[in-house]
Design a protein around this ligand. Structure first.
Ligand code: SAH
Length: 234
């Protein structure tokens, strides 16, 4: 078997991992060694007797900043390899399904989780960390952001998702939000399943789903249509 996808997470809270990724599809994939996760405790690279990892911001202001020297040593402890090095950060490029797919096609990823007010700018530059955001809101630390990113990546690794095809129509994969889903019972509180879905006419079902996806995207996320004005028609 080829080497499994390896995620190395640098954090002050290694006990937060693998978290939910130890369960369900990702957990089973980890047991099968389709992917592996290792954590590095940043605090192990502090050198003073109090094992200090943060200090007050230069120029003043609230909060604390992760020290560049400690974080750099932690990063340098990770075997030198060609995996992308990410820093979870609200200032980063918003995570997209496209970036998730690229990461899933690679050998793995090294992820730095920030805490406090963030990390010293110089270590971001010196270790060429790619800043990645999971959305326009502020978390208290990078750990849930790292778990979110890894969830998105791991579920599309080869062999992880039970039904390989179930990923292909999904929101963002086609440039559109996904069509609505229905399942039995046929009548739920007086609401019935759209007749076309039980017609057995596969071409009509595909057409209906595409129209629904397009209408939903126009209504909720017109920005997606601007990005790819000519969504793929089946
Ligand atoms: N003062 C910073 C926020 C620090 S939040 C600012 O205003 O930009 C503390 C840490 O949580 C960050 O270093 C980062 O690692 C993580 N974090 C918070 N929000 C995030 C988001 N939306 N995406 C990714 N990481 C985030």
């Amino acid at each position: 078997m080829s080497t499994p996808f390896l995620a190395t997470v640098l954090t002050l809270y290694p006990e937060m991992f693998p978290g939910h990724l130890g369960h369900s599809l990702a957990g089973k994939a980890m047991e099968r060694q389709d992917w592996a996760l290792e954590t590095v405790q940043i605090r192990d690279f502090a050198t003073d007797k109090h094992r200090t990892v943060d200090d007050t911001p230069a120029g003043g202001g609230a909060g604390m900043v992760l020290k560049p020297d400690v974080l750099a040593r932690a990063i340098d402890s990770v075997a030198d390899d060609t995996r992308p090095r990410l820093l979870m950060s609200p200032r980063g490029k918003p995570l997209s399904q496209e970036r998730v797919r690229q990461l899933a096609e690679g050998k793995g990823v090294v992820i730095v989780c920030g805490r406090f007010e963030g990390v010293d700018q110089r270590v971001i530059e010196a270790r060429q960390l790619e800043e990645v955001s999971i959305g326009d809101y502020i978390l208290s630390g990078g750990e849930p952001a790292a778990l979110t990113l890894l969830d998105a990546v791991v579920r599309i690794l080869p062999g992880v998702m039970g039904n390989a095809l179930s990923g292909t129509h999904e929101s963002f994969e086609t440039g559109l939000l996904e069509h609505p889903h229905y399942t039995r019972p046929q009548d739920f509180e007086g609401r019935t399943i759209p007749a076309v879905l039980t017609s057995g006419n596969h071409a009509a079902i595909e057409k209906w789903r595409h129209e629904q996806a397009l209408a939903l995207t126009k209504e909720r996320r017109p920005d997606l249509l601007e990005k790819s004005p000519q969504p793929v028609t089946k």
